[in-house]
Write a protein that binds this ligand. Structure first.
Ligand code: ATP
Ligand code: MG
Length: 388
């Protein structure tokens, strides 16, 4: 008897109207993820099945696919006859290492002639008859033998692995994520991907104020995130002129506020041009001066696409836990400075006023600076130029 994988979709089942789109997107993502491996896959409305001689490797890959709720390792019987099921159960549990058990049957195929209680009873009896050391314990058994009768066959559960959950990437419109090389933005991107949003990234680079290592760090983070969405692109903005110009106009404690408004103007305009429906950032409320609610409000004033802040209400500790889980943490804590830190004022304003911000911006041609910066955006290859 062969063990195969049964994939459950979880949250997808709640989206009845969109079911086909969900299942098809998930199917395509799985096929892409398993590229190069030897397997066959079958797709049904509420389950997919994978047959392979290397299910361990397949599970490892599937654990990185959003939209999968659970991966079950199951024995599949094509013959649904009760005698066949009995014989199979006896065979599967011939080397059992448990003393008490119960059989739990789910009958998804309502045309099956025996009901679930009766199936469980018949199989329980058969096991007791065959293996005299076994006992039934309904309340607290050592082993629950799960069984599912479906139209496409009978499935006897062997083991299960939890999936990532969420929605398959690509089910939503695309978004542009502002990535900075810190801990927060890669986590924000991961959470956006989990909601099915395909994300491309934009990084504001300030050579020579920032080193090539800072850019390489961002590339490395994106490569890690590509586990969850292999199509992530990186756009790099040369932000040096904009930063120098703002700095030259003595923004002082408002430096960060102005710089971030400029970043948002550029990111939102670019998002609109290319066709991204939202901008994603790693801002978290109260974490630094530029992320107090008054700061976020003044900064947000220049945006014209929805800004999604997936980690807005998470504690740093919670964000760090996710970063460790997804494998970005160790790279994020490498010490290369991003462009914000170079021009950081000693005492950044925590309660900026919009009218003061605009007064400072009136000292220079903000529109021209935005256009010039927009002309300095390049799609970057994700190869590192030097080793970190
Ligand atoms: P992170 O840990 O992601 O660097 P942070 O706590 O250091 O975040 P900030 O540096 O204030 O916070 O940045 C807040 C958010 O603004 C970042 O999460 C990112 O989305 C965006 N951001 C900051 N700097 C850049 C940059 N150089 N390029 C692109 N986006 C940036
Ligand atoms: Mg940062």
């Amino acid at each position: 008897m062969e063990k195969i994988l049964m994939i459950k979709y979880g949250e997808l089942t709640t989206k009845k109207g969109n079911r086909n789109l969900f299942v098809d997107t998930l199917y395509n993502n799985i096929v892409k993820k398993l590229d190069g491996l030897n397997y066959t896959i079958k797709k049904y409305r509420s389950r997919m099945y994978i047959i392979s001689d290397n299910i361990k490797k397949i599970i490892e890959k599937l654990e990185e696919v959003f939209g999968i709720y659970e991966i079950d390792i199951v024995y599949k019987l094509d013959n649904k006859d009760i005698e066949t099921i009995k014989n199979s159960i006896i065979e599967i549990y011939k080397d059992h290492d448990f003393k008490t058990f119960k059989v739990k049957t789910k009958r998804a195929d309502k045309n099956y002639e025996i009901d679930s209680m009766e199936i469980s009873r018949i199989l329980g009896e058969e096991l007791l008859k065959k293996y005299s050391d076994l006992k039934v314990n309904v309340k607290n058994p050592d082993k629950v033998i799960n069984l599912e009768i479906r139209e496409e066959g009978v499935f006897i559960y062997y083991d299960k692995v939890k999936g990532l959950g969420g929605y398959p990437v690509g089910i939503q419109d695309r978004a542009l994520a502002m990535i900075s090389g810190g801990i927060d933005s890669p986590v924000a991107i991961y959470l956006a991907l989990k909601k099915g949003i395909h994300v491309d990234c934009i990084y504001f680079d300030s050579p020579p104020h920032t080193s090539i290592d800072a850019l390489n760090k961002v590339k490395k983070l994106i490569k890690i995130l590509k586990k969850y969405d292999s199509d992530i692109k990186l756009y790099v903005v040369n932000f040096s002129n904009a930063q120098e110009e703002i700095y030259a106009h003595k923004a002082n404690s408002y430096m960060i506020t102005l710089m971030r408004r400029m970043m948002y103007r550029v990111a939102c305009t670019f998002a609109g041009e290319i066709g991204y429906s939202a901008v994603i950032t790693g801002e978290s409320i109260g974490q630094v001066a530029s992320q107090t609610l008054p700061s976020l409000s003044v900064i947000n004033e220049v945006t014209n696409v929805p800004v999604i802040r997936p980690v807005a209400c998470l504690d740093k500790i919670e964000i760090m836990d996710i970063a460790r889980k997804i494998g970005t943490y160790e790279t994020s804590i490498l010490p290369y400075e991003d462009c914000c830190t170079i021009f950081l004022p000693k005492h950044p304003v925590i309660n900026p006023k919009l009218y003061i911000t605009e007064q400072i911006e009136n000292r220079f041609d903000c529109f021209k600076l935005t256009v010039n910066t927009l002309n300095n955006i390049k799609e970057e290859s994700l190869e590192e130029k030097s080793v970190l």
